[in-house]
Design a binder for this molecule. Sequence first.
Ligand code: C2E
Ligand code: MG
Ligand code: MG
Length: 523
Amino acid sequence: MQNFKKNDGSAKLDAALLLVLFIAAYFYAVSIEAFELLIEFMENHEHWQLDELLTSLALIGFGGFVFAWRRYLETRRELEKRKAAEADVNWLAHFDPLTELPNRRMLNEFARKFDCDNDQRRGGNCYVIYSIDLDGFKKINDLHGHAAGDHLLKIVASRLTSFFPEDLIVRLGGDEFVVIAKALAQTDVKQTGMELCKIIGAPMNLEGNNAEVGTSIGIVLLPAQTGSLEEAIQCADIAMYTAKKSTSTKVLLFKEVMREAAKKRADLECQLKEALSADAIEPYYQPLIDLSSNRIYGFEVLARWTLPDGTAIPPVEFIKVAEDAGLISDLSVKLLKKACRDAAAWPNDILLSFNLSPTQLADRLIGLRLINVLNETGFRPQRLEIEITESAMVLDADTAQYVIGQLQQLGIQIALDDFGTGYSSLSQMSRFKFSRLKIDQSFIRDFENDPKQNSIVRAIIALGNGLNVATTAEGIEQPSQLEALKKLGCNSGQGYLLGRPMTAEKAKAALAGPVLPAVRKRA
Ligand code: C2E
Ligand code: MG
Ligand code: MG
């Protein structure tokens, strides 16, 4: 491009030089009366045919001029086309073609030049950074197709532009946006964030389908809370991710503790990746006891992870990290493989009860992953029970239904874990054929003394009996709880009284005994 500009300039210079030369030659010719001299010369040398020669030369010269002019016009046209293409490439490099909003590269360039202190010295305002992420966008894509997803992003972009007409709005990619807004005095930024949530969440029509999306927003004030714009964007992001995980609020103002938590989480994620590749996460087995025979009918697999320094990380902590980091599937497959191999040493009617996270029920391939493990280890699907929680059914009900159906077709049993703590719905109970309801330990803890908890436990057992679904009481710690549950007709139990989570070796030894010691004492 630079070359073209240079060529265009030198062509003009050449033309100007030629013009000057022509004018000088003309005046010189006039001054010496060159034309008259030429005529005289030609008349004196008629036999040389100089007039024809000159006419031909003049014609060639004129033709050359026309040729040069046409080439010049062509070059100009080419130059203009290239200029337009260059502008297009430049636009594409700095803007998102779908929403026509500036992109991450533009934001990076803006951040490099950004100087908030200078702005303040010049009497400018400070800034508020909003990090915005849509909730449930993937579901819209899956449900209505990618064209509908694109349409939704365009609508969100136009809603953002109307809400922040004067400010820089950037689409970072996917369903993530960032807004760098001038802070106006007296503005309650959290309130602004909530209004924005409402505006983005308003129903929209996507090619005939009505849809709504949620929004998580993280906010940071610049320079009040952070130094550079880059750091501010990171902090707004951290606040947004914290809001995303929160069940109570979708708009959060950044706080320093969030950064510490994010750092801890990132470190844990790194360690978890290492632990997974070193195969350091082990299955432990907690006995499941049949309350009529006092015998172990199965074991629940519980993941155990101990750091090299001896610190044990509780599963509720690392399972969440594994879910967020997309490692849960890998973790589950490795764990189930080990468990199936351990269970091969047990009598072949002993059940293996395996927990699946809610996010895994939104994975249409989970059935395939489990079958692969069963095929590889030769474990019968009828001996496997999958524990799912009620929240899994709410996250993506259609996929959950598909996955559950697929697993049941293979002969795998499905238990509803922590029953009563999530979004229990009787319609779910009638829609799915669960093999077991696991009464959450929070109800068992106090049900003997608390009449309300007692009524809940009775109601769950009655529901199970009525629907012909087995009930298992979790968290049995006291012999009196065990007796009371037996009297209420609960089918099975689990808890520290009946056996703590143990290694595969100990599980095998426990199976060798006639009944568990604690139960034997009372029986
Ligand atoms: P859960 O599936 O409800 O498992 C029962 C939890 O209660 C286990 O905690 C168990 O150790 C504990 N527990 C059992 N009996 C008693 C008792 O008598 N008293 C008390 N206080 N607690 C008892 P743990 O092993 O810490 O696991 C916690 C949760 O982490 C599990 O709850 C499950 O939701 C999840 N989890 C554990 N392993 C896995 C896994 O491999 N995959 C997935 N997706 N989740 C897992
Ligand atoms: Mg469980
Ligand atoms: Mg449970």
